[in-house]
Write a protein that binds this ligand. Structure first.
Ligand SMILES: C=C(O[C@@H]1C=C(C(=O)O)C=C[C@H]1O)C(=O)O
Length: 256
């Protein structure tokens, strides 16, 4: 049997399992970014002054990394969405035959602009302690991998929505035809699943963020690599709502 990662079977159980695994990636991304202070020069257009480039250092790193990864085939995978899709060259490497599981309308859904805004306005101030250690390139590289992990999770809503649609088209079709966003939102929402996601994320964040030492230390006195409630508020306030927004957007196009 092939896993969804290799492009074949998607079920509600398998997509949920994948979402659980993606939590690990996001939490490790948070830990890695929290290692650096805020390093505000990374985000300051006026500081950067890069020849032949207009923008901040993080934009420079993200645009150029995405350009390279596009050539290496990253965006051939329908699970991946670029932050700056406008400037990308096509892949120049042999392509893997990803199964076409999604409706073609999926390709027009990219909410990375909202993710970008949330990341810099809301998440970073909670995550990074004020300060400057000069590691701007490393900081930008960590920002990009965390942004990509969040983006992959949120856009995975396309797969979740497709599975839900296939499981009960008779419930979804009338709402899609009526363009009833609220009704769709209600139908695709599972409050108890969301609750477990939030609790598990906070637990994982506190476990993964622990200092591991060989002496037995009282748990409460252990130094933490970051505040685990940042992970749960990221999920509660942004990751889950945005994943649901992607599901609604996908379903609205599902019968086109
Ligand atoms: C992703 C799903 O859809 C919704 C969004 C969830 C999430 O983002 O974690 C969880 C439950 C649902 O309300 C799902 O049903 O698994």
């Amino acid at each position: 049997e092939q896993s969804p990662g290799s492009g074949n079977v998607y079920t509600l159980a398998s997509v949920r399992e994948d979402l659980v695994r993606q939590e690990d990636t996001i939490i490790y991304g948070l830990i890695e970014r929290a290692k650096f202070p805020s390093n505000s020069h990374t985000y300051d257009e006026k500081y950067a002054q890069i020849p032949h480039f207009c923008g901040s250092l993080v934009e420079f790193v993200v645009k150029n990394t995405e350009a390279l990864q596009a050539k290496a085939g990253r965006y051939k995978n329908p699970e991946e969405n670029a932050f700056f899709p406008e400037n990308l060259s096509p892949s120049i490497v042999p392509s893997y035959p990803f199964k076409q599981f999604l409706h073609p309308g999926a390709a027009s859904i990219n909410i990375n602009k909202s993710i970008w805004k949330m990341y810099f306005q809301d998440l970073l101030p909670l995550l990074a302690t004020p300060g400057d250690d000069g590691n701007y390139a490393q900081t930008a590289a960590n920002d990009l991998s965390l942004l990509q992990a969040i983006s992959r999770r949120v856009h995975y809503g396309k797969f979740v929505a497709e599975v839900k649609f296939r499981d009960s088209p008779e419930d979804y079709e009338p709402l899609i035809r009526a363009k009833d966003k609220e009704g769709l939102m209600k139908l695709l929402t599972f409050t108890s699943v969301e609750e477990s996601v939030r609790k598990r994320v906070e637990k994982k964040a506190s476990v993964f963020g622990q200092e591991v030492s060989l002496e037995s230390v009282d748990n409460d006195n252990k130094k933490r690599k970051f505040d685990p409630t940042v992970a749960s508020s990221l999920y509660k306030n942004w990751v889950i709502p945005l994943t649901k927004e992607v599901q609604v957007e996908y379903l609205l196009r599902r019968l086109d």
